[in-house]
Design a protein around this ligand. Sequence first.
Ligand SMILES: Nc1ncnc2c1ncn2[C@@H]1O[C@H](COP(=O)(O)OP(=O)(O)OP(=O)(O)O)[C@@H](O)[C@H]1O
Ligand SMILES: [Mg+2]
Length: 216
Amino acid sequence: MAIVLFGGEKGGTGKTTLATNMAAMLALKGSDVILLDTDRQGTASFWATVREETEVEPRVACVQKFGKGLATQILDLADRYEEVIIDAGGRDSMELRYALGVCDRAYLPVQPFQFDIWTIRQMDELVEMAGAINEDLQAAIVLNRVSTNPSVREDQETRDFFREEGFAHLRLLDGVLRDRIAFRKSARDGLSVVEWKRDRKAAREMNQLFCEVYGG
Ligand SMILES: Nc1ncnc2c1ncn2[C@@H]1O[C@H](COP(=O)(O)OP(=O)(O)OP(=O)(O)O)[C@@H](O)[C@H]1O
Ligand SMILES: [Mg+2]
């Protein structure tokens, strides 16, 4: 049982893509999972509604919650469900802070072109602050939308940079998601990319991340 957060300070980095895919993949494995959308844009809820309306099985339960009282509501969901996945909105929101205070693991997607020292340092500090009340919090950066062009060495360059800078509270996951249309198209159909079945490479990348997040 775990409370897993997909969050971060920037918009459009892939939080909802990761949260919805992980939720569907847990459901496929028979887990009793709840997807908690704390973003007022409601993108994860929209994905769950499309899934519901098109009668995709397995179903993925999704609720929206915002503002004060969120920490208590998250803990309450954790009592009722085996797995809680939180999609926190972009920006340094109140929801992100509450969720960091109670989650077991936080995954912060970053796109290589956004991978700057300032952003990562901010995240490192945010996790450090959350760690003061949530001692066992584990946090990791996930590289998303890495170029599929092998001559663009974004992945390795980012890893070198990360190692050189050395962040105290963040590690970098081995798995990356590359920039693939499959992630957008599958989401539009209320599916995970592994259910969409039209891009094996995309599915493999998501499976690797799933293994890192949930241990296989
Ligand atoms: N690896 C990828 N390849 C191609 N498109 C991607 C990838 N990851 C995400 N996208 C697309 O980028 C857009 C932003 O992704 P997503 O909605 O997951 O980000 P977000 O961090 O949840 O954004 P927000 O901060 O607005 O909540 C979406 O259209 C999504 O389909
Ligand atoms: Mg989102």
